[in-house]
Write a protein that binds this ligand. Sequence first.
Ligand SMILES: NC(=O)c1ccc[n+]([C@@H]2O[C@H](COP(=O)([O-])OP(=O)(O)OC[C@H]3O[C@@H](n4cnc5c(N)ncnc54)[C@H](O)[C@@H]3O)[C@@H](O)[C@H]2O)c1
Length: 372
Amino acid sequence: MTASPTTSAPARPTAPSNPSLAEHEQVIHCSDPASGLRAIIAIHNTALGPALGGTRFYPYATDDEALADVLRLSRGMSYKNAVAGIPHGGGKAVIIGDPSTLKTPELLRSYGRFVESLGGRYVTACDVGTYVQDMDVVAETTRFATGRSLENGGAGDSSVLTAYGVFQGMRAAAQHTWGEPTLRGRRVGIAGVGKVGRILAGHLVEDGAQVVVTDVNAAAVTALQAVHPGIETSGDVAALVRDDLDVYAPCALGGALDDDTVDVLRARIVCGGANNQLVTEGDGGTADRLVARGITYCPDFLVNAGGVIQVSDELRGFDFDRAKVGATAIFEHTLEVLRTADERGETSAAAADHIAEERMRAGLSTIWLPHR
Ligand SMILES: NC(=O)c1ccc[n+]([C@@H]2O[C@H](COP(=O)([O-])OP(=O)(O)OC[C@H]3O[C@@H](n4cnc5c(N)ncnc54)[C@H](O)[C@@H]3O)[C@@H](O)[C@H]2O)c1
């Protein structure tokens, strides 16, 4: 176990892509040969409260790869939680191995004991490779697992409020760009109509937008069109981004915005649920290229925070209406970021990072400790 408490928020102005160990408050290696568990829990910063972030279960090729991923992801959660205005710092965990062969109730319970050992400094949730049912098992050995099923006192599927929050962010970008908080009459292209994209499509149809979608899974598109027959389809993502769109909503995988995509985009706004959309972060990167093309970019971690707002609410005894109020605030948060970016002459990505850092600096001056 490595522990290096910090007394202030991370100093770097704009989140670089490879954070160091020293930038994190605490990093814990977890090993339990009996169940085959090997995991790393990374707590990046607790200035705003206990660290909150999901558990990724993934067959990393090396331990170094796993460590680099968990450091990057946990730092991202500090920024996401700070911008979302929830009382949580940033943390994340990775379980090393192939979930299809390694995942057992014993392993998940063992993992839960490591989470419990931190006394609440880290609260876990679902991520790639872990599901609501897994969090139910993890919660058998720790009080600090969210993302559980409704039957087990949890909040269930987080994509409902994630999609709702993305819609609120898009309304704010419409207000900022066209002076009205509505997508009525706008043409919106959604890449990926899985759990988040299809719910987002429903909000947009209801708001009066013209929606065009694409997905590698034809069944997902067919199912969506059965509910909303007016939705159009595009051949693939390459065709969609060249379409005469007003708004582009990446809702599939990360890395949606590379230079080639930005160069051909016709949309005035990019706002979607996918994580890590910018291929090149920082100065001179993709965010600058979007600004140069006059495209308003809604930072992904800002607009897709509905899910984390939901699991944060779960810690208080889940109340959907209360969590929805939190996700509705993504409208105001997005407006604030877009206005701040204009005022300061920086990209929206940099403005969101800076707002998060200012909040972390105004938080606790020492690490967050569980109440005794
Ligand atoms: N579900 C949540 O609560 C949540 C919260 C925050 C962020 N996100 C992010 O939002 C994104 C979508 O999440 P989800 O839960 O809807 O996932 P999902 O797997 O349910 O949906 C993703 C969809 O994208 C499609 N897709 C994959 N590659 C594609 C491609 N090349 N072209 C077109 N379609 C493609 C898939 O077929 C699938 O239908 C992910 O990046 C995820 O990390 C999700």
